[in-house]
Ligand binder design. Structure first.
Ligand SMILES: [Zn+2]
Length: 570
């Protein structure tokens, strides 16, 4: 990307949809220009005065709505979002995700999500945009799973409110126009803001994926991602700096999914300078995919509860060749009115370090120019225990074990380690479970769940203590229940232990492995703060095993075996 020229000072560029070229010469700083009223979806432009010659600073934050207690912010819109507004206003352009339609009309969209408890309908009035504008927000993405909550009518009202209130909106339109950028001229630089929604659509209405002639949000799902990539390529070809804001990821999971990583790579290849996103409610890691700065998750930002309170603002400075600097301003969501309140002192230092640490499982590089780790397609294989393998397994399988070797199978499966790198793991399970277990680890891989290592226990002399101490994920081992005489379910090949250090076996004061002690009493509720490799109530690991009829030891009552999942017995 280096070396591309930008000579665009006074030129107003019409992007993608040429019919709606607008002049923004007299637009106020960072505010949307006037698009044609009946084409709310075509690209718009605005201008901003750069703080520094030849550079532009952008600020990004996560999900915002005005439900519940957040609605009280509408009573004093000029107060904006309080102190965090300083960070947003310090940037030439600030952008976040507007997770609500701005409408008092429309009908609730017939959502079809499998679990009725996951269906929510949000909406707010136009004052919400005054709050955001007062806080320094210039551009919002509406490409998310709530912009269509009140149908195309609600989405249309939202876009109209944005034009009236001077907040530029991206990520919705008719057909390909949904991918049209909002372009901001900052001195000699032009920045194109593009947004798309990559999470599961909420229903079959067109509003969840713009089709020709029908108003909807920009989709980044499956082959729709091609429209997004094409928009990025078009903007980059115009020598514009390109920002992509995505709604993506898995709820309550911080590590990126397989599809997020592939999309980030494609967008980087297409010439995006910055790729940011939100949706998962938790912060994700940030780092480099070549010359592209990627921040996988900006979390909730203005939200109606503080169960995932960690949030903040990502500030990014770019010059004509791309990103030159980034910084994280951490904040915590207030339980009272949902505003993010900047944290200070030691809390701030810890929050900044924590944000940095989240890069680890992303596979993103620490330095610009280096590639994101490759994320190959999931692979698995199965075979019988042959003579060579039997020899290798002579410690984990002995005469007298309750299952003969002929009933066991040796699996090789791709997994991602704690550094976000794809590895080939190995595991032995009973032949009854080979297909289920292979599929299951494929699901964990797709979801981005990290597994430290996955080797046969024989690499640890079939000693469970050694295997646990090495944080080894394993299946079959012909052994007794710890401290008892009866066979463990591992001896039948119908149990698996996952990341034993992060998920120790806790009985009274005893914690196995000893290295797991810091994890013995942590919060494992579904909304608990994210920790790498930890299994939590109802999380994707527990659910994936539940689907194959296996139960998690974290639900035991008298003791807790957080690493242990095993087949339910009749
Ligand atoms: Zn176990």
């Amino acid at each position: 990307m280096s070396g591309r020229g930008r000579h665009l000072a006074a030129v107003v560029v019409c992007v993608l949809v040429a019919s709606a070229c607008t002049s923004a010469a007299d637009a106020p700083r960072g505010r949307a220009g006037s698009a044609q009223p009946d084409e709310p979806t075509a690209s718009t432009t605005s201008t901003a005065e750069p703080a520094r010659e030849g550079e532009v600073t952008l600020a990004f934050a996560g999900d915002v709505h005005f439900e519940g207690g957040v609605a009280r912010l509408l009573e004093r819109p000029r107060a904006g979002l309080g102190a965090i507004g300083r960070t947003l206003r310090a940037a030439d352009v600030a952008m976040l995700n507007l997770e609500t339609p701005v409408t008092l009309r429309g009908r609730p969209d017939p959502k079809e999500l499998e679990n009725a408890g996951d269906r929510y309908w949000f909406r707010t009035g136009p004052r919400a945009l005054d709050v955001l504008a007062a806080a320094g927000v210039d551009v919002v993405s509406v490409a998310n799973n709530h912009a269509g909550d009140y149908g195309a009518v609600g989405l249309q009202d939202t876009l109209a409110a944005g034009r009236q209130r001077g907040v530029a909106m991206v990520g919705a339109g008719r057909g390909a126009a949904a991918y049209a950028p909002h372009v901001v001229e900052v001195g000699d630089l032009e920045v194109a803001f593009i947004a798309a929604d990559g999470v599961q659509r909420e229903g079959s209405s067109d509003v969840w994926s713009a089709r020709p002639g029908a108003l909807g949000t920009a989709s980044a799902r499956g082959s729709n991602a091609e429209g997004l990539v094409a928009a990025v390529e078009a903007a980059a070809a115009r020598d514009q700096l390109v920002v992509v804001y995505l709604h993506w990821g898995k709820e309550y999971e911080s590590c990126p999914t397989h599809s997020q990583r592939l999309l980030a790579r494609d967008l980087a290849d297409a010439g995006a300078d910055v790729v940011v996103g939100s949706h998962s409610h938790v912060l994700g890691g940030a780092g480099w995919a070549g010359d592209t700065l990627v921040a996988y998750g900006l979390g909730n930002f203005v939200w109606y509860h503080d169960r995932q309170a960690e949030t903040g603002v990502l500030s990014v400075t770019l010059d004509a060749d791309g990103v030159v600097q980034k910084s994280w301003t951490p904040a915590r969501i207030s339980a009272v009115d949902g505003r993010p309140v900047p944290v200070t002192g030691a809390h701030r230092r810890r929050a900044v370090a924590d944000f940095r640490a989240r890069q680890r499982c992303t596979g993103l590089a620490t330095d610009r120019g280096a590639a994101q780790a490759d994320d190959p397609a999931y692979e698995s294989s199965v075979r019988r225990i042959d003579a060579a393998l039997a020899e290798r397994m002579r410690r984990s399988h002995r005469p007298g074990c309750p299952v003969p070797l002929r009933d066991l199978r040796y699996l090789r499966m791709t997994h991602r380690d704690f550094d976000g790198r794809a590895r080939t793991g190995e595991m032995v399970v009973h032949r009854r479970f080979t297909r289920d277990v292979r599929d299951l680890f494929g699901r964990l891989y797709a979801a981005g769940f990290p597994i430290a290592r996955m080797r046969l226990v024989d690499d640890y002399r079939a000693d469970d203590d050694l295997s646990m101490a090495a944080n080894n994920t394993s299946g079959f081992n012909c052994r007794r229940v710890a401290g008892q005489t009866n066979w463990s379910q591992h001896a039948y090949g119908e149990a698996i232990d996952i990341n034993p250090v992060q998920n120790p076996y806790v009985r009274g004061d005893r914690v196995d492995p000893p290295a797991g002690r810091p994890f013995a009493a942590i919060d494992r509720s579904r909304s608990a703060p994210f920790r790498l490799g930890v299994i939590r109530n109802e999380d994707l690991v527990v659910k994936a095993f539940d689907r194959i009829g296996w139960a998690w030891g974290g639900y035991w009552v008298s003791s807790k075996d957080y690493q242990h999942v095993a087949a339910r017995r009749p």
